[in-house]
Design a protein around this ligand. Sequence first.
Ligand code: NAP
Length: 415
Amino acid sequence: MLGRSHNNLRALSRSGRVFGARIDSPLSQQPVRRKSGPYGYTQAKALVFSKNGEPSDVLQLHTYSISPSLSSKSVLLRSLAAPVNPADINTIQGTYGAQPSFTSLIGTPSPSAIAGNEGVFEVLATGDPASPIRKGDWVIPAVAQFGTWRTHAVAELDQVLKINKEGLRATQAATISVNPSTAYRILRAYGPSTGISTGLGMRPLEVGSGEWFIQNGANSGVGRAAIQLGKLWGLRSINVVRERSSPEETEALRAELVGLGADVVVTEAQFLSRQWKDQLADITNNGREQIGLGLNCVGGKSATALARSLSEGASMVSYGGMAKQPVALPVGLLIFKDIRFVGFWLSRWNQQDVTGRRHMIDYIADLIREGKFRDVPLDEVAWNWDTDISTLAQEVQGGLQGFRSGKGIFVFGDT
Ligand SMILES: NC(=O)c1ccc[n+]([C@@H]2O[C@H](COP(=O)([O-])OP(=O)(O)OC[C@H]3O[C@@H](n4cnc5c(N)ncnc54)[C@H](OP(=O)(O)O)[C@@H]3O)[C@@H](O)[C@H]2O)c1
């Protein structure tokens, strides 16, 4: 967020690189620069955009300095890791549901926003020695549009959430708060209708019941999290993935998702074929086992097929639109099957259930520590002081391409 968090920044735009005191990096154990110059300013870089467009066209790497004087309610942070999520790219493109403020607080030539919404930071200094957040702690953003693609930040205490770093890698801490949290919220809150007498409400799938849910985009970060949480909570999942470039690769992906806890993995071609109806009948014991919940992050034909696969009274939750095609729904599904079509936006949940969010993040972090929740495959890009804009922007631009070997993530080293 390029707003209040920068109130106490004194921008020394495009100032040179000066070496100063060094501290140990928790990631690489490499010595890293922290302060620059005789006045204790921290040199920082951020990926910023001053207008919407394709990331490779509009992202710029801006150098600035952070004043050593911190207010009693603020902390100085060093970035450890920050992923590239589809929403970050959509935000830069201007197609996301919220836009960050464009300001000149870090001395950009024109009002700009710092990109990136998710990540983890190490606390380098606190404005108040008695602050509940201490030097060395790890924090993640507590607010949306924090602007995580930067080497350092100053944030107010209420803009960050302390995370217990014990037993976590930085890349793990940096990727809890969006994708696993989305899967958690959807599986915990949405499901089949509870009927007219209960005011047309819905209930979540019952933990331990073996109830089915079905999802497309099952190889995504959210999809993989839903598979794992579903298995841990005693639910069963049908998972739709796109074919890979060879049958062997498709089989390897299927096996990988089964290894995470998927009960059924089908390819999109199977799912969209005429045979799917019969295959689904086999899976659900001729429809006697209900599919009460569908998770859609694709849209287009895949979403329509997902809706048709649901049982009477089920809910289909759309939380993404990777195919960039509208969701077309046969009216009969609305009228005769009473299927509910709802949207989901994590940002809304984060705003409205702050305490629940805190518990959820601690819960997921515990699962990771206990080895019960596996990371999404990652494509790590080192961000050091000398890393150039083209390396960083290329990673962002590739973030929406399909068939990736892993989610892009910036891992900060010698910054
Ligand atoms: N509403 C919310 O609050 C919320 C929160 C988190 C995420 N999301 C959304 O959830 C979706 C997944 O996010 P993520 O971070 O989990 O994704 P991700 O890990 O970056 O993976 C992207 C997924 O999208 C699939 N994909 C890409 N293009 C596609 C296309 N044309 N047709 C079908 N599938 C396609 C990819 O399939 P392949 O593996 O086959 O390439 C991949 O599995 C995104 O739309 C994101 O914006 C929404």
